[in-house]
Design a protein around this ligand. Structure first.
Ligand code: ZN
Length: 274
């Protein structure tokens, strides 16, 4: 499932490809079900003929702000959604935006959980999301306050998009390993120093993962690839995620898989003791 680094990679790719400033002259809607909140007909009316002013990320959402106050197109990729600029048509394509320079921005999604939504005010719609991990307002002490008031397990807190926005299963496991923290530790048991270490770990890992253009954990159309169809490289850098049974890079103990909050969780039982 695409998380912050993968979603940011799409945003970076589309910005570099100068999609901003282009007018959406047409839409190909192959499956109406990928549009949330309104009919395909009304969605088309809101989008066709509008110019994409900016493209940005908030949590795991891609936001296409339309020029002139014409609202925002929101895209959540969920399990297997992908964006492709000017690629060959595929059997899992659900929607394509046709740009005025002839290019097509295609959305493919084999598992059909991804959703597009047009809203009048994108920021207002996403107001319930937590802080961005790189937000300057998120100091160590602010992060400590956020997690210290909860008795929920720290992994559950990291996955809660109303606490921090953008982290999913891969980068939660990786961050907790780097900080040496047991994913099942209740939030209110972390000290301020441990919370600070965890925030630093989250930022370092997300930053590296963005540089590596995200993680691709399998082959085929159901797995993440960037807007040019290329796999990410961060999967080669993962320390615990999907390394069950392999030795920990830090201490040599065997990585275990547990289930925490119904999510497969990868942990080193020796060096994640806090
Ligand atoms: Zn270890």
């Amino acid at each position: 499932m695409p998380e912050l680094p993968e979603v940011q990679t799409f945003v970076n790719d589309l910005q570099r490809a100068q999609v901003c400033g282009r007018c959406i002259v047409g839409l190909r809607i192959h499956w109406d079900g990928c549009i949330a909140g309104m009919s395909a007909r009304v969605f088309r009316r809101h989008v066709r003929g509008k110019t994409i002013a900016t493209i940005r990320r908030r949590g795991k959402y891609i936001m296409f702000d339309l020029a002139g106050g014409d609202g925002t197109l929101l895209l959540h990729l969920r399990m297997s959604g992908r964006l492709r600029l000017n690629g060959e048509p595929g059997s899992h394509d659900r929607l394509a935006l046709i740009l005025d320079d002839g290019r097509a921005l295609s959305f493919s999604d084999p598992r059909k959980f991804g959703r597009w939504r047009w809203v009048a005010d994108g920021d207002a719609y996403l107001v319930g999301l937590g802080l961005e991990p790189f937000d300057r307002a998120l100091t160590g002490s602010r992060f400590y306050e956020l997690i210290h008031r909860s008795s929920r397990r720290i992994k559950v807190l990291l996955l809660d998009q109303t606490v921090l926005a953008g982290i999913g299963n891969i980068y939660a496991d990786e961050s907790l390993w780097r900080a040496g923290i047991d994913p099942e530790l209740p939030g209110n048991r972390l000290t301020a120093i441990e919370a600070g270490n965890l925030l630093r770990a989250i930022r370092a890992i997300l930053k590296t993962a963005i540089t590596n253009q995200g993680s691709t954990l399998g082959k085929g159309v159901g797995h993440y690839a960037n807007a040019a169809g290329q796999s990410g490289r961060h999967q080669e850098r993962l320390a615990v995620y999907q390394r069950t049974g392999k030795p920990c890079y830090r201490c040599g103990c065997t990585i275990e898989r547990r289930v925490v909050a119904q999510r497969g969780t990868h942990v080193c039982p020796c060096c994640q003791k806090i």
